[in-house]
Design a protein around this ligand. Structure first.
Ligand SMILES: Nc1nc2c(ncn2[C@@H]2O[C@H](COP(=O)(O)OP(=O)(O)OP(=O)(O)O)[C@@H](O)[C@H]2O)c(=O)[nH]1
Ligand SMILES: [Zn+2]
Length: 356
């Protein structure tokens, strides 16, 4: 297990990004001073790049979307690209490159080029930290800018280490579907939210029926019809209760890991006609940024390494098995479509391999 001081440094850097403060990210191969574009302002931008020679560290998905990447070639949407431009960038242009709500009609012309990164893993860790902070994965990058906070790629990995999760509290929690349930909360000292398990019924000699549910504020709380999350959540609790024994894991992975604000940006792109996959990649994120090893850790802490899994998502099965959980059975978890989520479900079936 990685040390706490490392994860704390990452947590401090994450806070800095949320507040628009620059951070330095480094490893043994090099370092970058980074100002987050979303939370910066023109004054900080000017202070950070006094001689206007900074590059932008962005995701390949943005570069491809804006058609700036003649030299970029085929990349994963969340791969880091260091973008330079003859004449440099001003704040407005940096913002337009970072933020897809500006669309593609930004009138950019030539002069962009992808520069060599001293360390691609380091740059990828920086983009991941922005995602954890719930902001756009885009920075102004220099090798010399003034920074308040320093963090290493190793620190960021420690922050993400699922094995650092522990049980923080547990209590009886009768719920509408069944009286006999217990809630268990998991966290690390650094994480802002907590993951939850609802342990339903009592062990009966069979592997528990388990559902991994990723947080969806719009679907879980507001009854959004854009996805199937709310009905899936409640149907999962009902199914586990009917089975007599099982566990619902409520994972704080809003928006498939990109956070609520970024998910709402993806929804804004969907309003303009892009599907759920393209909306994520146009923002510069992976299609699915979740780490299901968190769920494996939670199951192990609950003493259940052999389960029946309620899901249509093959990635959940794959990652849990790789993390040492035996899936005795995959149980489909399908619910009827509505007119608003029919395309979303079709995209899941056709583009993300869901067995729907
Ligand atoms: N980025 C993004 N996230 C979305 C969108 N629609 C739903 N989500 C998120 O997707 C997650 C829901 O995933 P799950 O309920 O675990 O479903 P799944 O991965 O499709 O797999 P199943 O187990 O088969 O249901 C939640 O975190 C939602 O917030 C979207 O259009 N964009
Ligand atoms: Zn949802």
């Amino acid at each position: 297990m990685r040390e706490t001081s490392a994860a704390r440094r990452a947590a401090r850097a994450l806070d800095a990004l949320r507040r628009g403060w620059p951070v330095a990210v480094f490893n043994e191969e090099g370092g970058l001073a980074l100002l987050p574009i979303e939370t910066a302002d023109p004054v900080r931008f000017a202070e950070f790049t006094p001689d206007n020679n900074a590059a932008l560290l962005v995701s390949a998905g943005r570069v491809v979307t804006l058609d700036l990447g003649q030299s970029v070639g085929l990349r994963e949407p969340d791969e880091p690209i260091l973008l330079r431009r003859n004449g440099g960038f001003d704040f407005q242009m940096a913002t337009a490159i970072a933020d897809p709500t500006f669309g593609t009609a930004t009138g950019f012309t030539d002069g962009f080029a992808a520069a060599e990164l001293s360390s691609a893993p380091l740059a990828a860790a920086a983009l991941r930290l922005a995602m954890r902070a719930g902001i756009l994965p885009a920075f102004v990058a220099t090798t010399s800018g003034q920074v308040a906070v320093e963090v290493t790629a190793e620190d960021i990995a420690a922050y993400d280490d699922a094995d650092r999760l522990t049980i923080a509290a547990r209590a009886r929690l009768p719920v509408a579907a069944i009286d006999d349930a217990e809630i268990v909360a998991f966290r690390t000292p650094e994480m802002p939210g907590e993951h939850i398990a609802l342990v339903i019924g009592r062990p009966n000699g069979q592997p528990p029926l388990v559902r991994l549910h990723s947080e969806c504020l719009t679907g879980d709380m507001l009854g959004s019809l854009k996805c199937d999350c709310g009905p899936q959540l409640h149907a999962a609790i009902e199914a586990i209760a009917a089975n007599g024994w099982g566990i619902l894991l409520y994972l704080r992975q809003e928006g498939r890991g990109i956070g609520l604000v970024n998910k709402l940006r993806a929804y804004a792109l969907q309003d303009r006609g892009f599907d759920t996959v393209d909306a994520n990649t146009r923002l510069g994120f992976a299609v699915d940024a979740r780490d299901f090893r968190i769920a494996a850790r939670m199951l192990r802490l609950l003493g259940e390494a052999r389960i029946r899994l309620l899901t249509n998502n093959p990635a959940k099965v794959r990652v849990l098995e790789a993390a040492g959980i035996t899936i005795a059975e995959r149980v489909p978890h399908r619910l009827p479509a509505n007119p608003h989520n029919a395309r979303y479900l079709e995209t899941k079936r056709e583009r993300t391999g869901h067995a729907l």
